[in-house]
Design a binder for this molecule. Structure first.
Ligand SMILES: [Zn+2]
Length: 246
């Protein structure tokens, strides 16, 4: 994967500006995997997608992640630091798993695929967790049979649903990363869901805003074009900014 220059990165940011977060995740994924077809990216499981986004994050902004959370009890804002490598599930857990799997339990036989970005986009507006989960499974359970008779997902009993969910979590462990946090103010402990797509987009947004301000100052000070400024190395941009005294 070659590295992106400042102009290309600004273009990526601009493409995602008016898009919802899931679309932004796919735009970033296309940066990570420029050779892949769009259907391959949209069909990729959430965990596999997030592995690529974590590696992209490391390439663009380095291996250390600084994140913030708000204590659900006392609202204290806490900052926590992780290395990208700490959050990557070991590769060997992914080697064997395919996008589709079968479940054969009691008299039920199911064919299921792992949830992808389009599945999450379809259910994310549903405020009811249980109904959203059923909606997700309706999309991801491709076939159900009981003793040779075809069934709909709606007719699956809860214990079978639980087996499906457990199997999805087992085969796509990178899809849900939780960070164990402790509030320094009230000692409350909780686990926060880590969202690499949201974090990476927010970092890209901060970087882009800062870069545009830099372009504005250098263009105002020296009369250079945007392209000239973006083609400078980060060190030179910084030095010229310093000489302007801004
Ligand atoms: Zn607290």
């Amino acid at each position: 994967m070659r590295s992106l220059n400042a102009m290309e990165l600004l273009t990526v940011w601009e493409q995602g500006l008016s898009q919802p977060l899931l679309q932004r995740a796919l735009i970033l994924l296309a940066v990570a995997l420029p050779e892949s077809e769009p259907e391959e990216l949209t069909g990729m499981s959430i965990g596999r997608r997030d592995r690529h986004l974590l590696r992209l994050r490391e390439r663009l902004f380095g291996p250390q992640l600084v994140n913030t959370s708000v204590c659900p009890v006392c609202s204290e804002r806490i900052e926590w630091v992780n290395q990208v490598s700490d959050l990557l599930i070991p590769q060997d857990l992914y080697q064997a798993s395919a996008n589709r799997f079968t479940i054969d339990v009691d008299e039920y036989k199911l064919c299921v695929r792992l949830p992808n970005s389009l599945d999450i986009a379809a259910v994310i507006g549903n405020p009811d967790t249980e109904s959203a989960q059923r909606q997700l499974l309706t999309r991801c359970v491709l076939n159900v049979e009981r003793s040779g008779e075809c069934l709909t997902v709606e007719r699956l009993p809860d214990p079978i649903i639980d087996v499906v969910i457990q199997q999805i979590e087992l085969l796509d462990p990178q899809a849900e990363i939780r960070i164990d946090l402790k509030c320094p103010a009230c000692a409350h402990r909780w686990d926060a869901l880590f969202d690499i797509a949201g974090l990476l987009w927010s970092e890209l947004n901060d970087w882009a805003e800062h870069m545009l301000q830099t372009v504005h100052r250098l263009a105002s000070g020296y009369g250079w074009s945007e392209r000239d400024i973006l083609e400078l190395s980060p060190v030179r941009r910084q030095l010229y900014l310093g000489m302007l005294g801004t």
